[in-house]
Design a protein around this ligand. Structure first.
Ligand code: ATP
Ligand code: MG
Length: 752
């Protein structure tokens, strides 16, 4: 047996090996980025199986993403040469909790085939409940109530466990009651939302000790990656599962806790030793990922945070290249610069798969995507759709497409009830019922229908209002600068407001994307040219197996590594992000700084940070200040690149970015708000009125064939007599409903 040193031990250093071999009892590996925490966890899993401590089904391993779970399965199966990994309990908190819940659903009043509902359904449900309670949704928007509910769930709170002191303003109001009804309703619907997966599991374990015991017997060992980002519900879930065997190993890094805004509590790390007495604490200090310069820069930065446990990191990887910092004129120049740098790396033989651009907000991807498409550089956006495929961008584009071409039915259907205008499925069906047989566009069908009593008065007014708006905006095409027109359309339609009232966590990002769309438009001469560009961009699909540059958010990049990492947009307000500063002050700033630390430590060999002097907001320029994080990078590890055009004769001396006099000068002379805008109006398409032409044509198609005095039947209003004909519309005196105007095509002769 002594001879059987497992092969994977050769790939661990002594401390890592110690963490792997401490199989029994609680273990906490608390260590900095790139020190091999994930490697330790994976090897530990392999070791448990190799030494036959347990069977695969007796292990519970929690990863942060499904992708990470996949990788861990692959690594273990290649280490041990085993398969059937699909049945292992290895996945995200949500996936694992859902699996447990399905087995015991009936204990909670659910059937095991319960559905997991999405945000749209969640909001619809809350709205119904608010309406039934006659709560004014101006004062308590459904989304705000929902996000309060979600935060309670993050904390593991059911309506019963919730005290009015737990939820501030919301709890003091009637939100707790809505929460209770919401939970009851979901059970009746045999449904769960995402937060319920964990919450119901907690209830299950607490109310049914026999079930909990079953899992105590099953899971002999528990492993958790990225422990610093667990929220209270997840923490309680782990604690319940681990309380019998105490064989739990968590790995994490307090400096990488970046999900505080979603309820994660870094305090869970600090509590570990209290909750699990006799816990073994392992600290890893050698970093295997990055060069000395990258590590030095990252360590220097994170030192500025007050609330941290503190740790040392070293590497034998050599100093490597310095972290490069580059100032640029604007976002377009930044995208051009990054594109050039990537092409240069590519020429030197670097794989595109080993290059990532990590952004603070999703709106930032747009300029890079456009540049990459121009250069023909294959890229993927990880963790979200490409810019022009995002829901809010598609909505906004649908509005704009309708101004260009009123017969775009897909566009019309997409926006007719966004924001909600009381024009739901019934209205759409009615419009289709008219449009299809007559072969006319939906907008034209709508125009005819509003002249009648086919719709309920409210829907009729609302549809009439939308058509009038569309006409007015269409009339502005060509006269009003198109970025401005887009803003007008988004404002006047209530679309922007819809997201402003939205209290869900992704709403601010969507608003930023909409602003970025307006920015993008300023780069084109006309609305038509812009829309053409978009359709070309959308067409640009790539095959999956080719090498690709990765574009993703800093949040999404946790746990990953790349040879080369670009970190654009290091400007005050963007990064650190103003919203984080406004909402949570110093705590927010520290979380932003941890995010910067995560970004820097993703790189193996090189980091290029960039910032610009001018960011375009709402299609006009705003002067930007370099991020305070740049000042916090230790000078020894950083090299500031000068850009002749930008720094002029001052050169790029590293003199502290925020104090760098050059910046205030840039705003004058070269930065003229709307300077590009002026160019873009020179040429523009004349307003087009397709609508009239279409109307004339289709007018001849419809052949009503009804005579005054004829008795007819109408689906909604019943029997009546035709009293007047105007084209395809009839005035009918109905026996029961009185005088109404209806569409002739919805009427049949009485005897049919
Ligand atoms: P993060 O905090 O970013 O999640 P981590 O602590 O989980 O990082 P890993 O991803 O496990 O670190 O390891 C970082 C890199 O170092 C990986 O490429 C890994 O393969 C490598 N590595 C870890 N331990 C060793 C070792 N003992 N010898 C050689 N390479 C190692
Ligand atoms: Mg890791």
């Amino acid at each position: 047996a002594a001879a059987a040193t497992p092969p994977y031990f050769a790939k661990l250093n002594p401390t890592q090996r110690e963490a792997v071999e401490a199989l029994d009892g609680p273990v906490l590996v608390l260590a900095g980025a790139g020190t091999g925490k994930t490697r330790v966890l994976t090897t530990r899993l392999a070791h448990l199986l190799y030494t036959r401590r347990c069977l695969p089904g007796e292990l519970l391993a929690v990863t942060f993403t499904n992708k990470a779970a996949r990788e861990m399965k692959d690594r273990v199966s290649s280490l041990l040469g085993v398969d059937h990994v699909e049945s292992w309990w290895l996945g995200t908190f949500h996936a694992l909790a859902a699996r447990i819940l399905r087995k015991h659903a009936e204990r909670l009043g659910l059937a095991s085939n319960f559905t997991i509902i999405d945000t749209d359904d969640q909001i619809r449900l809350v709205k119904q409940l608010l309406r039934a309670e006659q709560i004014d949704d101006k004062k308590w928007p459904a989304r705000a109530v929902l996000s309060a509910i979600e935060r309670w769930k993050d904390k593991g709170l059911t309506p019963d466990r919730l005290k009015t002191t737990d939820g501030g303003e919301m709890a003091a109001g009637r939100a707790v009651e809505i929460f209770r009804q919401y939970q009851e309703r979901l059970i009746t619907l045999n449904a769960c939302d995402f937060g319920d997966l964990l919450l119901h599991c907690l209830t299950l374990f607490q109310k049914h000790p026999d079930v909990l015991e079953e899992y105590h017997r099953r899971f002999k060992y528990i492993l958790v990656d990225e422990y610093q980002d667990t929220n209270v519900a997840q923490y309680l879930w782990l604690r319940l599962l681990a309380q019998a065997n105490h064989n739990i190993c968590c790995v994490g890094d307090d400096d990488q806790s970046i999900y505080g805004w979603r309820g994660a509590e870094v305090g869970n790390i600090l509590r570990f030793e209290q909750d699990f007495t006799g816990a073994k604490l392992v600290r890893l200090e050698r970093n295997y990922r990055s060069t000395g310069n990258i590590l030095g820069a990252a360590s220097g930065l994170i030192k500025q945070n007050a609330g941290r446990l503190g740790k040392t990191l070293w590497t034998e990887g050599g100093e490597g290249e310095k972290v490069r910092v580059r100032g640029l004129w604007d976002g377009e120049a930044e995208a051009r610069y990054v594109g050039d740098e990537i092409e240069a790396l590519q020429r030197k033989g670097h794989s595109l798969d080993e290059i990532a651009i990590l952004v603070r907000t999703t709106a930032q991807t747009r300029e890079f995507e456009e540049r990459f498409i121009t250069l023909g550089l294959p890229y993927r956006v990880v963790g979200g759709p490409r810019f022009y495929e995002r829901a809010e961008i598609r909505d906004a584009l649908a509005y704009l497409r309708l101004l260009q071409s009123p017969s775009d039915d897909l566009a019309f259907e997409r926006i007719v009830n966004k924001p909600k205008r009381g024009l739901g499925d019934a209205t759409i069906r009615l419009l289709h019922g008219l449009a299809r047989p007559a072969e006319i566009p939906l907008t034209e069908a709508a125009r005819r229908i509003v002249e009648t009593d086919e719709l309920r008065p409210q829907a009729r007014r609302s549809l009439g209002g939308l058509l009038a708006d569309l006409d007015r905006w269409t009339g502005m095409v060509g006269d009003t600068p198109h970025p401005e027109l887009a803003e007008i359309v988004l404002d006047e339609s209530g679309y922007t407001e819809m997201w402003q009232l939205d209290k869900s966590v992704d709403a601010p990002g969507r608003l930023e994307n909409l602003k970025e769309l307006v920015n993008a438009m300023a780069e084109f001469d006309s609305l038509m040219q812009f829309l053409e560009h978009v359709s070309l961009v959308m067409e640009n699909t790539q095959t999956l197996d080719q090498e690709q540059v990765t574009l993703m958010t800093l949040h999404g990049a946790k746990g990953l590594e790349f040879d080369s990492v670009f970190l654009p947009g290091w400007e005050e307000g963007l990064f650190p992000n103003q919203r984080a500063l406004d909402e949570t002050g110093l705590r927010g700033l520290e979380e932003e700084r941890r995010l910067a630390y995560v970004g820097l430590t993703r790189a193996r060999k090189r980091v290029v940070i960039s910032f610009v002097a001018n960011r375009r907001l709402h299609g006009s320029w705003a002067a930007a200040l370099p991020s305070r994080f740049l000042d916090e990078l230790p000078k020894d590890h950083v090299e500031v690149e000068s850009d002749a055009g930008l720094y002029g004769s001052r050169g790029g001396g590293y003199g502290g970015f925020s104090g760098f006099a050059g910046f205030s000068d840039w705003g004058q002379g070269r930065t003229t708000p709307g300077y590009r805008r002026a160019q873009s109006h020179a040429r523009g398409a004349a307003p087009k009125r397709f609508i009239d032409g279409v109307a004339e044509e289709v007018g001849q198609l419809s052949k009503p064939g009804f005579k005054v005095g004829q008795r007819v039947f109408h689906q909604k209003f019943g029997y009546g007599v035709v009293i007047e004909r105007e084209g395809d519309r009839l005035s009918i005196s109905f026996d029961k409903a009185g005088d109404k105007k209806v569409m002739a095509s919805f009427v049949v002769p009485e005897d049919q």
